[in-house]
Design a protein around this ligand. Sequence first.
Ligand code: NOJ
Length: 740
Amino acid sequence: MNASVASMIDENSSVEQRVAALLREMTLDEKIGQMSQLNASENYVPQHLGDELRAGHVGSVLNAVEVGTVNELQRIAVEESRLGIPLLVGRDVIHGFQTIMPIPLGQAATWNPDVVRQGARVSAHEAATTGVNWTFAPMIDISRDARWGRIAESLGEDVYLTNKLAVAMVEGFQGDDLSANGSIASCAKHFAAYGAAESGRDYATTNVSENELRNVYLRPFKAAVEAGVTTLMTSFSDIDGVPASGNEFLLRDVLRDEWNFDGFVVSDWDSIRHLQVHGLTANEKGSALQAAVAGVDMEMASSTYRDNLAGLVESGQLDVRIVDDAVANILRTKFRLGLFENPYTALDQNNIVGNAHALQTAKKAALQSVVMLKNENGALPLVTEELSTVAVIGPLADAPHEQLGTWIFDGSAEQSVTPMHAIHSLVGHDIDVRYVRAMENSRGRANEAFDEAVAVAQDSDVAILFLGEESILSGEAHSRADINLPGDQAELVRRIRATGKPVIAVILAGRPLTLTNIVDEVDAILFAWHPGTMGGPAIADLLFGVVSPSGKLPATFPRMVGQIPIYYNQKNTGKPPTPETVVHIDDIDTHAPQTSLGMTAFHLDAGYTPLFPFGFGLSYAKFHYENLRVAEQETQLGETITINAELSNRGSVVGEEVAQLYVRDLVGNVTRPVRELKGFQRLRLEPGETVTVEFVLHTDELAFYGRNMQLMTEPGDFHVWIGGSSDTHLRTEFRIVDNH
Ligand code: NOJ
């Protein structure tokens, strides 16, 4: 430590005392500096950054990842500024730093908090070697819209699953000790309801009622706050007329007053300046005022705070206590991270980045993330001894960059092991593996290479098609209105199908796709998301039965895009559809009476069921559930309910199954969803093995926000299901009573 103001503050006092002592010494200018984050990416480092740091005008930088540069920036902040306050160095470490895990939506398909935690831990360690001490993850926007490009970054459609995995990610990034080497601050984003963008168009308006906000979109953030997430990022969206970066209800009433959050809130990139573009404020001064009053502590990228806050305080329009609170929130986080004691990174990049442990973690995550959607007549696993030639076809079989997915600033495609290479290494000495790319990219049109692909398939025992969409087709600002396989991929499938050879589709994508037009044309489908660095070896192991698929869908797959939003935990409506009430458009008489068509909530051309439901995923093992029981038919409010079922593996191979618990609250102060996930367990079963799956549910876990926005569990009747998917039929019931 140098002789800066910060270094004179007693290290033995409590964090709050240190925050207060430092704050007392700060000028208004220096306080506003702490509230400002500057972009310092390699090709954008402002010439004057060093001077700005010396003047105390910067609290954080983002996008600096070269360790020498980062340590130098820290040195200037710590040794050459009057106060000596270290910097927060932020980066989007979303699903890996250099070693890339599956996209978050793929990680969600593991339904395995341990795997997700380990992935975040590895990413934190790799990032920390560069001096990055803050990641903008986890992204925990509930998304029910596969058109939205950012569904790739999310943990899917469900509150319970997102809660569990969000907490695991926060724990992984932050570790047991936030100040330890290799721990970095995390950031729950985007607060809030960004995933509800109208028609899945990124940045579009969201219209969410307060009840829905509380019961769905806010819950993962509450879970993250309870798990100790250090920061939150605002969303770009307009929520109910008030864009998130100016939304006092969200940032003060809910986050501070109700949840007692004491970390800090950063705006999203430029989003304070956007308040004017939204039409909420007339100019940047107004935007800075609105955001500060609403509770945005730090501004990312734009400079409305730097340019306006001092004037606003001096003219009396902004109470300096608002500034002080914001700065205290930021300093508190810096103290908790141990940055004052240890501002520089001293981790050995060579031994940590991309090491064997990182690769193993990435492979395990990829293995568990792949969801088998179809497997007719035991087409999979492929049996090496029965094959002499295998055709590997498609634009994504050997595309090292594309398997990594969106938001991989620091990921290295050179490290990727592609499926084509992995299949070669696994079986190349026993089987002739022939590769035809067939299309330049997923958007390609039928061309001569289709003939070559058909010829190779014709000469092979089986054709494995690697289809889907490239990384660039999902992620921020990469929404699609049509979520079929792009280009002429479906045509390629049909041509290969016509050879009469078994056809296996492995689909790499950043979102659920509508697979309706190919599902009947293939024998098996492995949905692999963008599986990351080790996607290839994981897929090869699954194809050849080294490991049995065990991923489960974290989001519903629609039949047609027009069904969106489609999600399993919808409301019943007053006119719920049943198989009997559904009429198909092809079966309607032209002059049929208006009221003859079922009169329930379905689409004439798509019905009401999805192509694949939330929670669904097949295995090479054969799982069977029976004997669902509730220990107590009646449970007192405040007590627990024990629910169990028997799960057996009636197949001939070992497999892992994710057993899922769903509940329906039949009558509510506000209407309740038809099913809600309330528990899950990943279990490994040997062939012939039977286990009892038991869930213990406290009545508090059934609580929801009612009409007056109070959290409550109501006495009454509940249905309960246990099974391997959200459409399981194995159901019983219980009752909650209140005899107090
Ligand atoms: C904009 C994105 O919305 C956000 O998620 C990201 O963390 C920031 N840019 C910083 O890159």
